[in-house]
Design a protein around this ligand. Structure first.
Ligand code: BES
Ligand code: ZN
Ligand code: ZN
Length: 493
């Protein structure tokens, strides 16, 4: 999708989308003014109802359609609301089956935001809203889906500043969509070997990225029994993919993403309604890959280490059993209380190895780790936890600014021994109370035992990575959650 800026509205576009603020009294064009008055009088449009869309009758203007989009009170607008408004605009035009639109929305709010930030948010949402996962649709079905080719933004402010924001936003949007494609795809395609192939392509895209992959034999030698145990039932080989992005000097920020290409639950098999979406259990690793790819394109001036432990949690006569005891890279032994709590097991070795060998200053883990997180927060925030308050506040701020929100869960001292084992150092499920209390926090507590040196925080993206509902600029399915919060964090915005 091409995004252009023009001083006025672009008469060559197919659709005109006009933002209607609560304060809007008159429109320049008298025909549209009449349309607006009628729509308000007939109560088919409410200026105060943010996001309400009304398609006017065609009135001899050079557009196929004119759309009014209510924006509410100007003072109450935020960058996230701008994203949502543009997302609504994209979706309305896609529903009208037109390939392009022009809009005054950004220009209406230009005095309220920094032009570069506004451009970034705009491009992000335009690209995210113009996404559909169509890989497996027949030509006939594909034809029914309209993707926009061009959006023209009216802009009378600083063109260079908006333009530089649009460029940043395009990278963020495209890398999020790259992640969505990986997460939406079938687990029969996206296995560890496939992820290695895609990671190789990412590494080849920039001279600043280098890649190393540890295979089964090497991991055995290194004593990564925790990760290896999870993959025992799978026909696909386990892989620990490491990507180094060199954008600056100093210790790296390590990003460690859960990469379970399918989570059947193992012998603690998941039931119907829980197992179907488990191809998405590699969303953390995909978000790490997308972030590294974008970091290189954006030229982020930091060193970043991407760590992707790739495994598949399957059932077979070789698979790990409940009650098995494994030993992790850092020497800690773990009793497998439940084979479905596998994410923490693969992260454990990946974290301990990264902490030991790469000496990161910060480490952020990203994982579709717990069903408890979906219960607690639903889709619209990832959970964040850890012991480093500064890192957590930076991530919270990045979440707020990017719209890829994070919500802190308490990491109280009382929980810190809940994962201790009785015949092993640790158990992979909580050993206190009924076992399920504070399930996302106890999973985080388990992870914390595998990082010693780095300042660490953990993002549970179980709910935010994959939606069962449509949003304003996102849609059902994979969201690319993690990429936006991490990039805003790394860009320091
Ligand atoms: N991959 C799941 C968590 C999950 C659930 C992600 C729903 C996305 C949506 C994870 O491996 C898991 O099964 N966790 C268990 C842990 C339990 C056995 C302690 C859970 O949450 O039920
Ligand atoms: Zn599981
Ligand atoms: Zn899982």
């Amino acid at each position: 999708m091409k995004i252009t800026t023009t001083a006025g509205l672009d008469q060559k576009a197919d659709v005109l989308v006009l933002g209607i603020l609560d304060e809007t009294k008159t429109l320049k064009n008298s025909v549209l003014q009449k349309d607006l008055e009628d729509a308000l009088k007939e109560k088919v449009l409410h200026k105060e109802k943010f996001g309400e869309v009304f398609v006017t009758k065609n009135n001899g203007l050079p557009y196929h359609n004119v759309v009014f989009l209510a924006l509410g009170k100007k003072k109450e607008l935020t960058l996230e609301k701008v994203r949502r408004a543009l997302g609504k605009a994209v979706k309305a035009v896609r529903t009208l089956r037109q390939p392009s639109f022009t809009t005054d929305i950004l220009d209406l709010v230009k005095d309220q935001f920094d032009a570069e930030q506004l451009g970034t948010a705009a491009a992000e949402s335009l690209l995210l809203a113009n996404y559909s996962f169509i890989k497996y649709l027949s030509e006939e079905r594909k034809e029914k889906i309209t993707l926009l080719e061009m959006v023209s933004l009216q802009w009378s402010g600083n063109v260079a500043a908006l333009g530089s924001g649009l460029k940043i936003g395009r990278v963020i949007g495209e890398s999020s969509n790259f992640v969505r494609d990986l997460v939406n795809d079938s687990a029969s395609v996206v296995n560890s070997v496939y992820m290695e192939k895609i990671a190789k392509q990412v590494a080849a895209s920039s001279p600043k990225i280098s890649m190393k992959v540890l295979g089964e034999a090497e991991m055995k030698k290194l004593g990564m029994g925790s990760l290896l145990g999870v993959n025992l039932g799978s026909a696909n080989p386990p892989k620990l993919i490491l990507l180094e992005y060199k954008g600056g000097s100093g210790k790296p920020v390590a990003l460690v993403g859960k990469g379970i290409t399918f989570d059947s639950g193992g012998y603690n098999l998941k039931p119907t309604k829980y197992i179907e979406d488990m191809k998405t259990d590699m969303a953390g690793s995909a978000a790490v890959l997308g972030t590294i790819k974008a970091a290189a394109q954006l030229g982020i001036k930091k060193n970043i280490l991407g760590v992707m432990p790739m495994c598949e949690n399957m059932v077979s006569s070789h698979a790990q059993r409940p009650g098995d005891i494994v030993k992790a890279y850092n020497g800690k032994t773990i009793e497998i209380g439940n084979t479905d709590a596998e994410g923490r097991l693969v992260l454990a070795d990946a974290m301990a190895y990264a902490d030991d060998k790469y000496n990161p200053e910060y480490m952020v883990t990203l994982a579709t780790l717990t069903g408890a997180c979906v219960v607690a927060l639903g889709y619209y925030a990832a959970a964040v936890m850890g012991k480093d308050d500064r890192l957590i506040s930076s991530l919270k701020e990045a979440g707020m600014n990017s719209g890829d929100r994070v919500w802190e869960l308490p990491f109280y001292d009382e929980y810190q021994d809940w994962m201790n084992g009785s015949i092993s150092d640790l158990n992979n499920i909580s050993q206190k109370g009924k076992g399920y209390e504070a399930g996302s926090v106890t999973a985080g507590v388990f992870l914390s035992k595998f990082v010693e040196k780095a300042k660490w925080a953990h993002l549970d993206i179980a709910g935010s990575a994959y939606w069962c509902v449509d949003g304003d600029y996102l849609c059902k399915g994979a969201t690319g959650s993690g990429v936006r919060v991490l990039l805003y964090y790394l860009m320091g915005k």
